[in-house]
Design a protein around this ligand. Sequence first.
Ligand code: AQP
Length: 336
Amino acid sequence: MEKENAIQKKVIFSGIQPSGQLTIGNYLGALKNWVKLQDEYECFYCIVDMHAITVKQEPKELRQRTLEVLAIYIAAGIDPEKNTLFIQSHVPQHAEGAWLLNCNTYMGELSRMTQFKDKSQRYGQNINVGLFDYPVLMASDILIYQADLVPVGHDQKQHLELTRDIAERFNSAYSPTFKVPDPYIAKVGAKIMDLQEPTKKMSKSSDNPNSYILMMDPPEVIRKKISRAVTDSIGVVNYTDDQPGIKNLIDILSTIKGTTSEEVVKTYEGIGYAQFKKDVGEAIVEELAPVQDKVKELVADKKYLESVYKAGAEKASYIANKTVRKMKKKIGFIQQ
Ligand code: AQP
């Protein structure tokens, strides 16, 4: 019976790039939601190291960070027994699928991607083909698992649209091969903004460490970064676009506490920014403390992490291979 249910569950695919240490943006915007999905859905949670190398990475740091991200997934509550946790480069079907999809994707489509435009401006010295092709690898990540749903932030919506277009094109050029995935819009989970420029998304690859809070930042660093967060001179804790810094801190607090922005505003009626910031800092410290302890424990247990990523890759590869074989057959390749 349990097996039957598992087969009928809808499939979810998502991943995070080990392109820097994870921020509370990754935690509150992605990981905390992923935990809530693990009972209802068949989830594939990947560490997308092949995406990370579209921007230069220091090999030693990439290795360490990839394992740390796996430890963070588990410490945040993603159960390796219930979900498939794996490292993208361990499942070669991602790259193989991407090549097959490349030949069904147009240069014009990829040129319109805003992430490519942004990143090629930011990394002008290294506008590599991978950076351009990133959305096709992402399409492969999703389609080879026949994912029904993909939890995406606002900035990834355009890529998911392209994935849908590529899937539909392949399905009509050959015959139905892929499920056309839908975006999964989380009921809660805010977009966390940069602490110094609160109209920009908080990003792990920002050059300014005061702009983000890392999941592994020590308590005193968290408190200091929040106390330095940019606010305004209005002096009233209100949830409005005219006060993007305060709005962001309200989002952080309400997401951690599981309350609404209105409730936070009500609590801080007549209370100044100093006390509000102190409470936000404390809430983050408290939320992250048990996760940080668990991450430290897991990172020290390399054997356990290895057992998780090996089992994950084996399962992922078995499923992905079914789709890739189908793709190759339809394209006209001779079956081995
Ligand atoms: N600031 C954020 N608020 C809410 N959600 C966020 N996510 C990232 N930043 C925020 C969510 O985390 C997941 C994976 O992100 P990613 O690391 O694969 O890529 P990204 O979205 O490009 O994140 P960064 O930190 O900005 O990475 P870099 O700096 O390397 O490009 C996604 O679900 C995303 O929505």
